[in-house]
Design a protein around this ligand. Structure first.
Ligand code: EPZ
Length: 421
């Protein structure tokens, strides 16, 4: 089992290049099922989750060409009509986002059998909204032996769909399916994360007729078929937020490159309100010495609100303030798994239901810690960058799911970090 060992205390100085977005890449990959032609994705991050999605797609008849992934961050996906429509449990359980093959398969093959993804460390994460929305397009569902079986013998038909709650994955599934449904589909209460807009951009490049309106509404005119396309994955806004925090807490002088500032407007204002000193230029951001002396009350919300995927990382930054702050986790029911580990390193965080109170502490000290989920594990990396002494982080496979070349990027800016077997 690989571990990461960090000796804290080094200010980060230098340049970090942001990779393509994991949470944009995964639905973009699933969209390849919607056409027999090739979908080429540039700026795809070389992450474990990309390989997992590639394996799921491969098992469904998609040729996943990753020969240029390491060198050029390019993948090519070509769906060859096949009778396979079963996404196996042992693949799906590794990554919930496998559920994103459901809509495309139903649209293309008029049938699909996908394992229930099951919960994960941060919550039950049901897929009822996905299923109910696809049923409105004509999918007939039943659940048996842990699998979602669905079919639409006469194909999908457009419908009016009001999503009962905002869901990123359900929005992605239903938009992909509706692209090939007969007639018009109007969906309201959609999620509007940049990753969803990126998926819509690819679908439109493939010939889909999609119009995003105001007030979380989208209108889709189904087409008979979609063609191939080449698309560049947007930068990972969560990675950007993570490295801004890394620069701020290490009191370094860090330049972060390849940023799409349209995706992080509200995020930057939160950092500014906390006293993080940043200078924007083109697509880059310099994070300078920061005096974190403010207190804040933060709610995680659907985009454009504060992202839940930065909640764990934010706790490390707020721990450096000399005043208490509060974060309320409104998206997932169990996303404070990092708190006991951070407290073991010296943080002073109190949990009360979905609310965390981050109090001033006397800094962090190195420890043996355990990663639990992707974002929790990177918050432990952040804490160890400023901890006195050595920290060993176990189960680093969580990190490899979502942060490309993490230790290389940090080490190139002076962090004392290495991966050991
Ligand atoms: C996406 O997950 C992201 N994953 C998550 O990032 C992110 O935290 C989440 O959106 C929220 O922004 C990918 O894009 C691959 P949801 P998703 O459906 O689509 C409930 C990371 O670290 N819900 O918006 O699964 C659900 O339980 C990951 O990169 C239902 O109840 O999130 C949750 O409480 C973690 N029924 C809330 O909605 C459903 O059918 C939001 O979930 C679907 C969701």
């Amino acid at each position: 089992m690989e571990k990461i060992v960090i000796i804290g205390g080094e200010p980060l100085q230098g340049t970090i290049e942001i990779s393509g977005s994991k949470n944009a890449s995964l639905p973009l990959m699933a969209a390849s099922i919607l056409t027999n032609e090739s979908v080429i994705l540039d700026n795809t991050p070389n992450l474990a989750d990309i390989h997992t999605m590639g394996s799921v797609l491969d098992s469904l008849g998609v040729n996943f060409d990753k020969s240029k992934l390491i060198e050029n961050n390019q993948i090519k996906l070509t769906y060859q009509e096949s009778d396979k429509a079963l996404a196996e449990y042992d693949l799906v359980r590794k990554m919930r986002a496998s559920i994103l093959v459901l809509g495309p398969l139903l649209a293309r093959k008029r049938e699909a059998t996908v394992s229930m993804p099951g919960g994960c460390a941060i919550g039950a994460r049901p897929v009822n909204i996905h299923v109910d929305a696809l049923a409105k397009l004509g999918g007939e569902f039943n659940l048996e032996k842990g699998y979602i079986k669905c079919e639409a013998k006469s194909g999908l038909k457009g419908a009016k769909i009001e999503l009962p709650m905002i869901s990123v994955g359900a929005t992605e599934n239903i938009i992909m399916a509706a692209s090939l449904a007969k007639g018009e589909t109007e969906i309201t209460n959609i999620a509007i994360e940049p990753e969803i807009i990126d998926l819509i951009d690819l679908l439109k490049a493939m010939g889909a007729q999609i119009e995003v309106g105001p007030n979380r509404k989208v209108l889709i005119q189904g087409v008979d078929e979609l063609h191939g396309a080449t698309h560049t994955v947007i930068p990972d806004r969560i990675e950007v937020g993570t490295y801004i925090i890394a620069g701020a807490i290490t009191q370094g002088d860090l330049e972060i490159r390849n940023i799409n500032f349209d995706h992080i407007k509200n995020l930057l204002s939160v950092f500014e309100s906390l006293g993080v000193d940043m200078i924007k230029s083109d697509n880059n951001l310099k994070v300078k010495i920061s005096d974190i002396s403010k207190s804040i009350e933060l709610d995680t919300r659907e985009y454009p609100g504060f992202p839940t995927d930065l909640q764990a990382q934010m706790m490390v930054l707020l721990s450096l303030s000399n005043r208490s702050s509060v974060i309320r986790e409104n998206i997932f029911e169990n996303r404070f798994m990092h708190v006991p580990e951070l407290n073991r390193m010296g943080a002073n965080i109190e949990i009360n239901g979905s609310q965390a109170k981050i109090n001033p502490c006397n800094g962090f000290s190195g420890a043996q810690v355990m990663a639990t989920d992707l974002r929790a594990s990177v918050s432990l990396v952040l804490a160890s960058l400023i901890a006195k002494g050595e920290t060993t982080i176990n189960r680093v496979y969580h990190l490899d799911r979502g942060y490309e070349k993490l230790e290389n990027k940090l080490a190139s800016c002076g962090a004392n970090i290495k991966r050991i077997q």
